[in-house]
Design a protein around this ligand. Structure first.
Ligand SMILES: N[C@@H](CCC(=O)N[C@@H](CS)C(=O)NCC(=O)O)C(=O)O
Length: 236
């Protein structure tokens, strides 16, 4: 791989309802580099392109987002892609400016990804079979309810962290990557079938969510109006 960044890289991705591609999309807008990527947006149906051979040959995990670099090599895993692009492109470091910020951002991102976002995603898959038999292999009410409770318990810790008046998780003036992961977790919690919204019952998380909606980068990332979240898709 060279150090030169080509003008448009190929990104295989999904509508904004899908949290991991959306973490990357919000990052691209926050970083100001969204126009450097050609997005191929799969419809993510049960027999969607993400699970078919042309995509599986690139990414055997069959997931989005997947990034194709200029030399043809393939990159996947949202946090890894973001880490690479954050360093590769100039501009504000979305994953934190120095070692301490970078460490703290990863700490919060892990907490939120593992204990909130991934829990909500798991609850969605085991409580709801809407994406069809290829994706929805397991139905498990007890596991889904456990994941729902874990997500809510950890959300309350984030709510407490935000209660000291800070705008963003690290206390700076602009959001970092962990804030982006939290934003997608909130959005997905509001996806109606999840029925566990991180809403005004969490006072500080709700203020954080409203703060995100003031940011042009966030609104640009949700411009497709396919998040499945009425307050994002129906806004005027
Ligand atoms: N660990 C991966 C997870 C990616 C992932 O789960 N992507 C979902 C969309 S949110 C997907 O492509 N699902 C389609 C499928 O599994 O068929 C990451 O961090 O990027």
């Amino acid at each position: 791989m060279t150090n030169e960044t080509p003008s448009r890289l190929q990104l295989f991705t999904s509508p904004s309802a899908f949290p991991n591609p959306q973490r990357l999309r919000i990052f691209l807008h926050e970083k100001g580099i969204a126009d450097r990527f050609a997005e191929r947006i799969y419809d993510m149906s049960p027999v969607g392109e993400q699970r078919q051979w042309p995509h599986l040959k690139m990414n055997p995990w069959g997931e989005t987002p997947t990034l194709k670099l200029a030399d043809g090599s393939i990159f996947s895993e949202t946090a890894a892609i973001v880490r690479y692009l954050d360093q590769e492109f100039p501009g504000r470091r979305i994953m934190g400016e120095g070692p301490l910020e970078q460490g703290l951002d990863t700490m919060w991102d892990n907490r939120i990804w593992v204990h909130i976002l991934y829990r909500i995603v798991t609850a969605f898959h085991v409580l709801h079979q809407g994406l069809g038999p290829k994706l929805e292999l397991t139905s498990n009410l007890a596991w889904g309810e456990h994941c729902r409770k874990e997500a809510l318990a950890h959300a309350s810790l984030v709510d407490r962290h935000l209660s000291d008046g800070r705008e963003w998780l690290l206390g700076g003036e602009a959001p970092t990557f962990s804030d982006i992961t939290m934003a997608t977790a909130i959005a997905f919690s509001k996806f109606p079938v999840n029925a566990m919204p991180l809403d005004e019952r969490f006072e500080h998380i709700d203020a954080f969510w409203k703060r995100w909606q003031q940011r042009p980068a966030f609104l640009a990332a949700y411009a497709d109006r396919q998040s499945g979240v009425p307050e994002l898709d129906d806004r005027t």
